[in-house]
Design a protein around this ligand. Sequence first.
Ligand code: ADP
Ligand code: MG
Length: 548
Amino acid sequence: MEDEKEIENEVNGSEIFKEFREYSVVEFFKKNRQMLGFAGKVRSLTTIVHEYTTNSLDACEEAHILPEMMIKVEDLPDGHVKVTIQDNGPGIPQSHLGKAMGMMLAGTKFHRYMQQRGQQGIGGAGCTLFSQITTGKATKMRSGLGDGKVYECEMKIDVKNNQPLITNQSEFMGNFRGLRVEAEFAEVKYDKSEHGVYEYLKRTAMANPHAQITLIEPTGEKHVFQRVSDKIPEKPTEIQPHPLGVTTGDLIDIAHRTDSRKLSSFLSNTFSRMSSAKVEELAKLVPTVNFEKSPKDLKWPEAEAIVNSVKTLKWIAPPTDALRPIGSDQIDKALKNILAPEFVSVSERKPKVFRGGIPFMVEAAIAYGGNSGRAKADESKGGDIIRYANRVPLMFDGGSCAITEAVKNIDWKRYDIKDFDNAPVSVFTNFVSVHVPYTGTGKQAITMEDEIVEEIRYAIMEVARDLQVYLRGKVREMDKETKKKIIMRYVKELSMDLADLAGEGAPADIEKKLANLVENKYEKIEGDAEEAGKVEGVKEDEENEKEE
Ligand SMILES: Nc1ncnc2c1ncn2[C@@H]1O[C@H](COP(=O)(O)OP(=O)(O)O)[C@@H](O)[C@H]1O
Ligand SMILES: [Mg+2]
């Protein structure tokens, strides 16, 4: 009887699956907006500004334009926040504006393996969506290609179908070139904390000295981060992936998209360092896979076997010429401009490789004094870790980032910084790679892989050493000054006594002579001390550690 009762209550499978339907990527992100960085009021606003500014910088770089951006944040009476962003970039043609800003995963260049800030094609449309779901409003856009025509429209997203909904279109004659976006948001807040928009743009300016960035705060206060370099970063180039950096999933994706007709030619055409001799070697290792077949028919187990065999072969390291660092002279200029520090040093290091096949490069700098360091509640300064991936500031999730880990692993006392958390220093680190291994979809932290953490550590140690030399010099200078003051105090007394004893010569003359004597001696002492400092030197920590 018990059993029968249960059978009565059972629900039929087709009943359950009545509710089952496909849903669009926009619906997914509407539910999981934290995955786009829309979590917390301050963070959400920073994310919005981040998405628009990275797009502007990318577009200007590609079009070889010196970027000029204006970002305005206004508090509206109803509690909404209005964000206006305008750039002088290439603009977006009318035919593409809908896809770029009103459709997810559609308007991007995701398939290109090159070093760009945007990689996913959800940033722009993500903001359009966030505005619409928090305020019900459409985003206003103006685009000009510099051909005398200006296009304007308002845009929402059809959430169910992942399609742009464009209204109020107009076109008129004008000189405007670039993109202007005006959107309203709720559930966001402007503040000046270290996670806020001001700090984000300041950091953006530090890593992009070629950009002119104007911020107008809700109070009406205007901040201009001045361009200090007219050097437009070199256009990023597309590169071929290295076989060792490819996962099974990647291999299948690329194989199914290719125009190559045979698996063998696909492999040699797609990957760097994959000569036809290498393909033959590989074919011998996986005899079960037919290298003559179409790459479109590549199955998971076959791709997996290929990826596993790739790992057993010897490969030439990947080419590194596609990496686009900021450059030490540019970083130096930018930090001096924004932090007005007492001392700056920038590292110069060679590219490295992680996971055997992905080239990367670390740029590190240290700034001391002036406006360096993080302002603390009591207005004193503490050590500040300024993190970037391909020039984009990483503002959140610092605790799980390879850069923070590297800074923590440094024995700062060794560099005469007694307590990093209470020192007026800023440590600037830019991780440069075509593939940045982020820890999550928020793209705010770099995974702590050993090779990465180590390289970052060495780069920072390099500049920490320079700071140490500077600080030691400063201490010596202070010691000298104190001693000199004490001696000089006696000079006056001594010269009067001497004049008295000898019964001739004016005390003032003797004082002058004595003072000169002391000055000259000091110059010599100073020279000697400097020499001694050099001989004592600061050892090459990295080399030492490797020997240990
Ligand atoms: N300010 C802009 N100027 C020119 N093109 C832009 C601008 N903003 C966005 N785009 C275009 O729209 C596309 C989609 O942007 P987005 O959704 O943020 O994706 P992603 O930045 O990942 O490529 C960009 O790839 C670019 O082609
Ligand atoms: Mg983007």
